[in-house]
Ligand binder design. Sequence first.
Ligand SMILES: Cc1ncc(COP(=O)(O)O)c(C=O)c1O
Length: 446
Amino acid sequence: MSTARLAAVAGRLALLGRMVLTRPYYGFVTGHAHLTDAQMSEVERAKDDPAQAESVMGAFERTFAAVVGDGQARALAGGRMALFTALKAFGVGAGHEVVLPGFTCAVVASAVLRTGATPVFTDVDPATFGTSPEAVERALTPRTRAVIAQHSFGIPCRVDELRAITSAKGIALIEDCALTLGSTLDGVTVGNFGDAAFFSTDHSKPLNTLVGGVLYTRDAGLQEEVDRTVRTLPTLPEEQQRRIIGQLRLERRLARPGSYGAYQCAMLLRSLTRRVLKTGMTFLDDDYTVERTGAYPFPARMPAMLARLGLYELDRWPREATRRRALLAAYLDAAHDTPLEALLPESYRDPRRDIVGHRLAYRHPDADRHRARMDARVHTAWTWFTVPVLGATHGLDSLGYAEGRCPVSERTGREVINWPCVVEEGCEAPLLAFFRDMARAEGTKA
Ligand SMILES: Cc1ncc(COP(=O)(O)O)c(C=O)c1O
């Protein structure tokens, strides 16, 4: 093993030790500690009872759709699959181009490539961390069939301007709401600006069903087209569903600030066991590049047990959304009159935006040092989009991204800082106190 690799491993182990010894310690996944034993049994029962599958799925889809607006929703096994399904329903395929941000996840690009279309990456808007209308306008060609408008970290992007651009050209607008649920721009909830929108319900996303995604649209014609395929899709394999239940049990017990170190130790152990025993996938790890191993169908429907779990989460959602708004407001308040205030993006001060916080985000010119300080209490390895098209396991080229293509995204990634807004109830105060200390200490030497 090279010295650099040894140093990296030692650094990781030291961080793991710190997570074990520091309580509370904060990650970006908050488990389901609130689920009762009876609710857990219901989730597990839904796995084995095909008779209730359709009614549970229908209830989840209706309830989810109602959180967004008056459109309809269909539940898939991942946000990426919802995007793929929307693109296919719009007739996107070979010879077409799809415009998407470089400041995104690899699975978004692979979903585009799997339709046969070419992804065209555009730069991020630093004021929102989302899709930039100016960059989109520059990227349009006669081959453009769809534009993906990404709302990052809970912040609505300038989606009204994107709507005007795409409508004028007859191009489909698809909102990527994977990181944003319930936020509004001018009183309109994100997801209602585009021809379609997709959401993620992965465990790090606003509504957590471990894995999952939702396709939402208010366009009845499109919905019919979507239903022609979605209704007949297979779901995730039984074995994978069993592993997801195992993960749910683990996260319910340990993915919380009081036991975050133990959670990370368990995750490390799981990943080692998986490598040695070659056990299959729990999460959707097959989509970070275009080629597939076929470990699960793509696209697939959401398993009914996850729809059952989603219904419990939706029950809690109104209260959760209020808490997340409040936590974001408390962060902003704590940054007030500190050197951090000047780093906060303008969108946090914009009265047109009502933000249900998912992560507090800002750019820091000395981000490595800032993150290193944060590591005392926050698992910054989970910061999103530190590199463009995050998670490209087979290299950026494999997803059609050429280094330097989106310079603002690349710089934003190097500088981005994330703080969680999804925090177990009752654990907010120590996090805010730590943030306040960090904000006040800004400008002083480490
Ligand atoms: C911005 C963005 N869009 C879409 C997705 C895809 O969501 P899913 O993991 O549910 O497929 C992700 C995943 O991390 C993401 O970060």
